[in-house]
Design a protein around this ligand. Structure first.
Ligand SMILES: [Zn+2]
Ligand SMILES: [Zn+2]
Length: 118
């Protein structure tokens, strides 16, 4: 059996502004789901230089532990790029963990930039 593809999506905590990685696995063709999240230091993210690929919106598995800083289980995507910030699934006005831009949530996430795990 072929090994499932695994990518890491870099995200930031919208509360603490700290970096974390979401582990996302392609469980079946075109179907991605997140099952783990872990803290990342900025320096480490740069050094590892994940090769970037785009993936569609992923599901969040029940085993997913949430943001490692504040436990938020969901995400939103700011207009500053394809990067994610953690989201508490309630607030309609959100502040991007990357650029600090405050915006109203609307629309859906279409695709996400991820890094291939090596
Ligand atoms: Zn958070
Ligand atoms: Zn932003």
């Amino acid at each position: 059996m072929e090994k499932n593809k695994v990518v890491i999506v870099l995200s930031k905590c919208s509360n603490k502004k700290e970096l974390f990685g979401i582990r996302v696995e392609e469980k079946s063709p075109g179907k991605w789901s997140a099952d783990w999240a872990f803290k990342i230091q900025d320096a480490m993210a740069k050094k590892e230089g994940y090769a970037e690929i785009k993936i569609p919106v992923f599901e969040i598995e029940s085993a997913y532990p949430g943001c490692p800083y504040c436990k938020n289980r969901s995400f939103f995507q700011c207009t500053c790029g394809f990067k994610l910030s953690c989201w508490n699934e309630r607030d309609k006005t959100v502040t991007c963990g990357w650029c600090g831009h405050q915006s109203e949530l609307n629309g859906n996430i279409e695709n996400i930039t991820a890094g291939e795990d090596r």
